[in-house]
Write a protein that binds this ligand. Sequence first.
Ligand code: PMP
Length: 426
Amino acid sequence: MPDLSLRELLDLDRRHVWHPYGPMPGRQEPLVVESASGVRLRMADGSGDLVDGMSSWWSAIHGYNHPVLNDAARGQLERMSHVMFGGLTHEPAVRLAKRLVDITPEGLEHVFLADSGSVSVEVAVKMCLQHWRSLGRPAKRRLLTWRGGYHGDTWQPMSVCDPEGGMHELWQGVLHRQVFADAPPAGYEESYAAHLRELIGRHADELAAVIVEPVVQGAGGMRFHSPAYLRVLREACDAHDVLLVFDEIATGFGRTGTLFAAEHAGVTPDVMCVGKALTGGYLTMAATLCTARVAEGISRGEVPVLAHGPTFMGNPLAAAVACASIDLLLGQDWQTEVKRIEAGLREGLAEASSMPGVRDVRVLGAIGVVQLDHEVDMAAATAAAVREGVWLRPFRDLVYTMPPYVTGDEDVARIARAVRAAAREG
Ligand code: PMP
């Protein structure tokens, strides 16, 4: 097909293409990206570049078109872009598994390479349910989480997203009925810790696992909470024979200032999901890690295998880029870069606190959030950010950013200006 003109491209998009959480094709007008390099998206309408304040939904931590990641992809492409993983293995997958075991909290030993974050959560849930089933405790099949969370768009993950006002409210009554604690307060409150302990104790006989996003709840509301709650969960889960799952799909690979958010609390979960920044945003891959105890439980069952095996599991191209992305991250002083962005966002967003309509401003690591006291007008807020030369995706009552770690100081300041403009005009 010859290159499409911008008009043709938009006409075809309108006619055929369904976008994430979009109305049926034809009812919205996306902006067209021509290419992306560094922290900039080049727009096809000739309007110039936009600084990406979203890292393509937390993932492009090194920016776009990075020579090291390009070389890793090209090098692997010459050898093998994909091969089935059932009965076969290969170096990129093995190297990636070893890297993940080395850098994640001590005790996580086994790695399932999934093809998206949502699927890695499905796998985590299967691991936990199968573990108890194999140990002769099939009644332990519910999950406990706290409100305000988000774990993905497939079936089990949807059941542990916030049931009221959350993205999956539409499906209430159809989804599995899970156990919900209140949303965690920002600071440590003993009464909330007691609430968690009480619920876990009360439901222990039917609970397979507790699943939470550690320290930052992402798409469910961009809220931060005290790491101390993770220690409370660990102790209560141990006391009541319940597994603990951390969903680090958004928080992993440095975003909150530690390599994984679990490190803020010094806690090892039984199962952990990573994704998004795993491949530096290049290719779709996620991983579910578990301890030897979880794996051994599964292996004692009537069906002693983990019952999951997607076609594109362990994709070599994605695994090779993931290894290169992890090496690139760890080979530099990424903590200093994340701290620099944190300082820039704090400074740039400080004056938003006194703006009318703003309820809260919060910054942690390379994450900045302005929460409004009303639903944002998405189109107006996005347009305001674009006028400042920045790509943002405000939603609900939130205008927020999680820039690539390579974003320079001037661009961080520009992003903060755009967040303020979006909050003012949206
Ligand atoms: N868990 C968390 C915490 C997430 O932020 C997301 C993605 N927004 C997911 C799971 C789902 O990942 P994916 O979109 O790759 O399926």
